[in-house]
Design a protein around this ligand. Structure first.
Ligand code: C5P
Length: 215
């Protein structure tokens, strides 16, 4: 299961808060995972992309919808990859009607959205959880912190401004190894090529995590 794209949080019926996520990385990962033989559910916010063949596409708009769809999907999934750039905040009460421009200033009250990947990682019967960290500075340092704080198994940290809407990506894979962390550089390369490297790494970490007695 993967989450993809931005989420969109309504201000009123014609306006919303969102971000520049294109969904390209998640769609590339979904396509490559299907090629590798996986059964893929792609929970996608609004993007201008066509879902790859043989992918089960679940279209959502808001973070809350993405959370609901994710919780429904993970009961039956081995790997959850949170690629979506989920809006951190939503408008506390969106207006039922278009807000008129009468006032000189306008205040919106924003409330925190649920943390989708954190919620999935905290489930008692959880899949292997993979996160992304789009940062604009101190990419690896923030990535390490995020891995721990959200309880993830593997994290791909990348530079947000260089990656959003781009066809290529450079990322640092970070995972915990005993009491410390290990990391590996991926790319810079086309998102499909990097997606294959990411899936290979997920496979390696999954195998490394298996108890020795397991077949
Ligand atoms: O904390 P930050 O938003 O940078 O974390 C990024 C990671 O967390 C990504 O994997 C993203 O998909 C996930 N995320 C989430 N729900 C949120 C915010 C981020 O699943 N509300």
């Amino acid at each position: 299961t993967l989450t993809a794209g931005p989420t969109r949080e309504a201000i009123d019926p014609v306006r919303f808060i969102s971000n520049h996520s294109s969904g390209k990385m998640a769609y590339a990962l979904a396509a490559e995972a299907v090629q590798a033989g996986a059964q893929v559910t792609l929970i996608s916010g609004p993007v201008n992309l066509t879902a790859p063949d043989r992918v089960e596409l679940v279209k959502v708009t808001t973070a809350q919808e993405m959370l609901d769809a994710s919780l429904a999907a993970v009961t039956d999934t081995d790997v959850f990859i949170g690629v979506a750039a989920v809006a951190d905040y939503r408008v506390s009460e969106s207006s039922d009607h278009k807000i008129k421009k009468t006032a000189e200033t306008l205040q919106l009250t924003l409330v925190r959205n649920p943390d989708i990947i954190g919620t999935v990682a905290a489930l008692p019967e959880r899949p292997f959880v993979v996160g992304f960290a789009a940062e604009t500075r101190d990419v690896v340092e923030y990535g390490r912190d995020k891995l721990k704080r959200k309880g993830l198994d593997l994290l791909f940290a990348n530079d947000a401004t260089a990656t959003f809407n781009s066809d290529s990506i450079a990322a640092t894979a970070i995972w915990s190894a005993g009491n410390s962390e290990d990391h590996q550089e991926l790319g810079p390369a086309n998102k499909h090529l990097v997606a294959r490297q990411m899936l290979m790494l997920i496979r390696q970490r999954l195998d490394a995590n298996k108890p020795e007695t397991a077949q």
